[in-house]
Design a protein around this ligand. Structure first.
Ligand SMILES: C[S@@+](CC[C@H](N)C(=O)[O-])C[C@H]1O[C@@H](n2cnc3c(N)ncnc32)[C@H](O)[C@@H]1O
Ligand SMILES: [Zn+2]
Length: 146
């Protein structure tokens, strides 16, 4: 889908806990400073938003979970537990060799203009692909990764 990805080396049954999303826990303010300092395109980060408003930065002390790409028809989902740890679970049976993905549900508060959507392009290739990693504004999902 994009750059590096994570692929199943074995068959993974539905519901299995696959990997923790590890990394340094930072404020959104720090995350934005880091994104700016890194000079990456706005749509490219290893951030995972937590319920308490902080962010896991997978680029700092992270693991392979940071390489899991977004898909509009994902085979995994992230779950944040009461202790603030995040694990990635299989949404369905995943065959050996399949790329793992979850729905990022990126929230962008401003107007979703064509230019903004182009900053967060989705190349998941799913039949229902929306063309952007941004969640439609009305969905208001709490999970977010950028
Ligand atoms: C958590 S990283 C995933 C690993 C990434 N492929 C890499 O090589 O670093 C998230 C970034 O990967 C890219 N990405 C993930 N899923 C994508 C998709 N479906 N289409 C296009 N780019 C994607 C975006 O740049 C996003 O900010
Ligand atoms: Zn897509």
């Amino acid at each position: 889908m994009h750059g590096k990805g994570v692929f199943a080396r074995n068959r993974i049954p539905a519901g299995e806990r696959i990997i923790e999303y590890k990394g340094e826990r930072i404020s959104w303010e720090t995350a934005l400073e880091r994104a700016e300092a890194a000079g990456q395109p706005i749509g490219h980060t290893y951030f995972f938003s937590l319920a308490d408003g902080r962010v896991i930065d997978g680029a700092s002390r992270g693991n392979a979970a940071r390489f899991i790409n977004h898909s509009c028809e994902p085979n995994c989902e992230p779950l944040e537990h009461a202790d603030g740890r995040v694990h990635i679970y299989a949404l369905r049976d995943i065959e050996e060799g399949e790329e793992l993905s979850y729905y990022y549900a990126l929230i962008y508060e401003g107007r979703h203009t064509a230019a903004v959507k182009r900053s967060f392009p989705c190349r998941c290739g799913a039949p229902s692909c929306s063309g952007t990693m941004l969640a439609p504004k009305k969905r208001r999902n709490k999970k977010d990764s950028a």
